[in-house]
Ligand binder design. Sequence first.
Ligand SMILES: Nc1ncnc2c1ncn2[C@@H]1O[C@H](COP(=O)(O)OP(=O)(O)OP(=O)(O)O)[C@@H](O)[C@H]1O
Length: 262
Amino acid sequence: MKNNEYMMKAEHLFKTFPGGSTALSDVSLSILKGECKGVVGESGSGKSTLAKCLTFIEKADKGSIIVDGQLINPRKKASIAQARKKIQVVFQNPAASFNPKLKMLTSVMEPLDNQKNEVWPLDTSQKKPLSRRDYASYLFDLTGLPARYLDCYPHELSGGQKQRAAIARSISTKPSLIILDEPTASLDVSIQGNVLNLLKDLQETFQLSYLFISHDLAAVRFMSDSIVVMNKGRIIDSFNSEDMFSEDRHAYTKELIHVFEA
Ligand SMILES: Nc1ncnc2c1ncn2[C@@H]1O[C@H](COP(=O)(O)OP(=O)(O)OP(=O)(O)O)[C@@H](O)[C@H]1O
């Protein structure tokens, strides 16, 4: 489900790393509420840098980012904190996203514990707040994980289960936008589809917006309403998913498709 309101609007982003590597060059991109925007491009094209700038992990050298109607000032901690409440990130490697010394319960609840809010279920079906543990069980249930894994350490879960737990953690704060940076790349091919289906279900249930970054053009097409193609730090093509194979595509996009299909 999507409407015509912007969840995020980034304009004219530039980012050059010390040492001269230009990762983003005049990148503008918008994500509608409830939309999944796909980002494709070969290695080094700037996809992860874009994700980091949109989540304020990296600061863009120039450009503006509007989150849910509010212009974010990257120099003000309060402004960034306000944006971060609405945005979560799921990274490629679920093993690296959990502290090996912490049980899953602690890790999954970490973003919420930092916010110190009462815990209400995402679907507001309950009349009173849940206990911390019940909320974590509820999040695990939403992502298809048995609650007993809350008492496990990350190494006791498979890669796919860890990525489900990372997704559970990402929705814990009731974000409006989730940045998915290659969320299935490190997973067995046999379970990639399950995780994509889970993401689609959650998007529909909670009207989430996604920025979905992937090398996997089939996954991007499956997930996304619209797609941008990056090359050398620039967006060089932008289209609705159903037009991926249209003759109008940029030569570089056609080449990416050709390489992917080979
Ligand atoms: N911290 C950094 N310091 C210096 N250069 C960096 C840094 N992070 C990224 N770069 C450079 O910026 C460019 C874009 O990198 P980025 O990781 O955003 O690409 P990517 O499209 O996400 O690649 P991949 O698909 O391999 O993850 C590359 O030239 C990279 O070497």
